[in-house]
Write a protein that binds this ligand. Structure first.
Ligand SMILES: [Zn+2]
Length: 389
């Protein structure tokens, strides 16, 4: 590829991202490995790593590897130079964490939310971030990532729809920018969860994944070769509102305006509504009393996951379950229904994992969304450019 004309500063920024990305994925690594992986010359790598060591983004380990020539110390990501904040927004609280460059949580704070009016939620999120910063040392705050339940247009900074917040087309990123003087990235719960999963797990590097989340609402994250596929206005993964009615039951109205969406059967909201319709306790779900409703929810969820998975053929499928929906009957039933859909020999079953999807996990994932940008240069469509060459 012919290098595009660009300023030296831009080229340096791109090369730094490539170098940091190799260390993130494989660290601790030798400079020689960085050179061979990025295609940059040893001299350029020495120059870039020197700058990154100076800024604290990289540190030298005590491990010395003899690479044939001069023994060299290995490099790994620094832990003090920068932090990123992540906030998980719900209708009740803004839960913030601060993570270091390695994705380790170094501070947490929970700020109650009195109203779901967007400006008030933005103020609570800012307050939560400020509180975590009081626990941080002199690190630089890279930015704030925010996870919100619903459909989020990350590029436009708009929450397109959030049932739990009662929001439609809320320009939440610009509201946050008014109260936070750093870059802000917003994303859905499930995409934040997926980023938190992907960023520091070398096993998932470049993989295709489908991540399904089950909580008050349902969501899915489509990961293509290690990157989230967002689709038109961020609506990819919207399997919650696919039609699953078969005309046998009374119709189940969905909060989206349609009827018989998967959401009405397999989300906590849908399960609660069906339990209430059957005359049992409002809002509470009892796995023994409501076994039939939960079994139905599990079957529909498992089949829907398999349908999506067959279309896409990922190596791995993850079901992320929120604490309020963590019924063994649901997760085991959904997995069984999922596997039950793979009966043909020519359709291998993807690896299937259930994971806990706690609020703090989502806040960390939102922070990882910010961190991820440090390691990404390819958004500009450029390759590593050797200035010496
Ligand atoms: Zn719906």
């Amino acid at each position: 590829m012919k290098p595009r004309a660009g300023s030296k500063a831009l080229i340096r920024e791109i090369n730094e991202a490539f170098v940091l990305d190799v260390v993130r994925a494989q660290g601790p690594v030798a400079r020689a490995t960085i050179a061979s992986q990025t295609g940059l010359s040893p001299a350029t790598v020495t120059g870039i790593t020197g700058q990154l060591l100076g800024s604290g983004l990289l540190v030298e380990t005590d491990v010395v590897r003899d690479t044939g020539g001069r023994p060299a110390r290995l490099l790994e990501l620094g832990h003090d130079a920068v932090v990123a904040a992540g906030v998980r927004i719900s209708s009740k609280e803004a839960r913030a964490v601060l993570v270091n460059l390695r994705g380790e949580v170094v501070a947490e704070h929970r700020e109650p939310i009195a109203s779901t009016e967007p400006p008030e939620v933005a103020a609570a999120a800012a307050k939560a971030v400020q509180a975590t910063l009081r626990h941080a040392s002199a690190s630089t705050l890279l930015g704030v990532g925010v996870a919100i339940s619903g459909v989020v247009d990350q590029e436009g900074g708009i929450v397109k729809h959030s049932g739990s917040m009662g929001w439609e087309d809320v320009p939440f990123r610009s509201l946050l920018r008014r109260v936070l003087s750093v870059p802000v990235v917003i994303d859905s719960y499930v995409n934040s969860f997926a980023v938190g999963l992907l960023l520091f797990d070398g096993r998932l590097e470049g993989q295709n994944l489908l991540v399904f989340s089950a909580s008050a609402s349902l969501g899915a994250s489509v990961v293509v070769e290690g990157r989230i596929h967002r689709g038109f206005t961020g609506a990819a993964g919207g399997f919650a509102h696919s039609y699953v009615g078969c005309g046998v039951d009374p119709q189940r109205p969905c909060h989206c305006g349609a009827v018989d969406c998967l959401e009405t059967r397999s989300s906590l909201w849908g399960i609660q509504a069906e339990v209430a319709r059957r005359g049992a306790g409002e809002g509470s779900v009892d796995p023994v009393r409501d076994a039939e409703v939960i079994a139905d929810a599990a079957t529909h969820l498992g089949v829907a996951m398999a349908n999506a998975s067959k279309m896409f053929a990922p190596e791995r499928v993850v079901l992320a379950v929120a604490p309020e929906l963590d019924f063994a009957e649901l997760t085991a039933g959904a997995e069984q229904a999922f596997r039950g859909q793979y009966v043909h020999e020519n359709a291998p079953v993807p690896l299937f994992e259930s994971m806990a999807n706690a609020p703090a996990t989502l806040a960390r994932g939102a922070a990882c969304t910010v961190l991820g940008r440090l390691f990404t240069a390819d958004a500009s469509g450029l390759e590593a450019v050797d200035q010496a060459g």
